[in-house]
Design a protein around this ligand. Structure first.
Ligand code: HBI
Ligand code: FE
Length: 291
């Protein structure tokens, strides 16, 4: 984790016991507000027709555009009225247990800082643009909000059963990098995709990655890459369906995982529902935004 600047073992000075800090909205500089506006305008050029309806509806309901970095004291009442969730600021990545406890209590944690101008296209740590623009619109969807709360509740249990890596894959391939089937075709909903200009196009249109139907056990067995575009994206049939398959007891799911091995990120199985059989050309060229 040494390449993360905003990572700590204990709440840093100024943070509360639950790791939250004040957004201190007045302290953002004009340049930082402009960074938000640039990123927002760029995504809103790309996302209509690509992002799912729930995400686009969420951005409208929360009025995220044009006024610089959102002031959470204004955003939270709108979000709370829709699903009971709120956004709280943290200094950076927080320990898993802290993260789960916030989710279980309908609090989504956001980095307080925004990326620098030389990091507009890529940074590995979650900043406020990724967290608020990427994640929070979907939290206006009641089914998605329930799914996130269930993830928080399930986190501690997964950790105690030694299944946290498996549960984290579910989060990765849905909350961060999920695709969804809609009437008009496959659309984006994962926050890691919709907050990235390049991945918003790659995930949906590039011939390189596989696009496979979501299957809970299959996803939990599949390793992922944290530092590059995904080699496989999974397509959920609907948020309701995702919620339905994940709101049950994961005890039997975890037991089933022990019966079989893991899959590499690019593997396609005979049992997969294949939307796209990827060429993997991008990954073979070495990835990390290879031309
Ligand atoms: N902390 N701030 C922050 N944001 C995250 O997305 C996050 C985190 N800590 C742990 C974590 N995510 C994941 O590793 C868990 O889903 C397992
Ligand atoms: Fe994220």
């Amino acid at each position: 984790m040494s390449d993360f600047e905003h990572v700590f073992d204990t709440p840093p000075p100024g943070a509360a016991a639950d790791w939250t800090i004040s957004q201190n909205w007045r302290a953002y500089t004009e340049e930082e507000h402009q960074t938000w506006d640039i990123l927002y305008a760029r995504q809103m050029e790309i996302l209509p027709g690509r992002a799912c309806e729930a995400f686009l509806k969420g951005t409208r309901a929360l009025d995220l555009g044009g006024g610089g970095i959102p002031d959470l004291s204004l955003l939270n009442p709108r979000l709370k009225a829709l699903t009971g969730w709120e956004v709280v600021c943290v200094p950076g990545l927080v320990p898993d247990a802290v993260f789960f406890d916030h989710l279980a209590n309908k609090r989504f944690v956001s980095g307080q800082f925004i990326r620098r101008r030389d990091q507009l296209d890529y940074l590995q740590e979650p900043d406020i643009f990724h967290d608020v623009f990427g994640h929070v619109p979907m939290l206006t969807d009641p089914d998605f909000a329930d799914y996130m709360q269930a993830y928080g509740r399930g986190g501690q249990r997964a950790a105690s059963l030694g299944k946290l890596d498996n549960l984290a894959r579910l989060y990765w391939y849905t909350v961060e990098f999920g695709l969804i089937e809609e009437a008009g075709g496959v659309r984006l909903f994962g926050a890691g995709i919709v907050s990235s200009a390049t991945e918003s196009v790659f995930a949906l249109e590039d011939p390189s990655p596989n696009r496979l139907g979501f299957d809970l056990l299959r996803v939990m067995r599949t390793r992922y890459r944290i530092d590059d575009f995904q080699q496989t994206y999974f397509v959920i049939p609907s948020v309701e369906e995702l919620k339905a398959v994940t709101l049950r007891d994961f005890g039997p799911v975890y037991a089933a995982l022990d019966q079989d091995g893991e899959h590499d990120p690019e593997t396609i199985l005979a049992t997969d529902r294949v939307f796209t059989r990827g060429t993997q050309a991008y990954a073979r060229k070495g990835g990390r935004f290879a031309a």
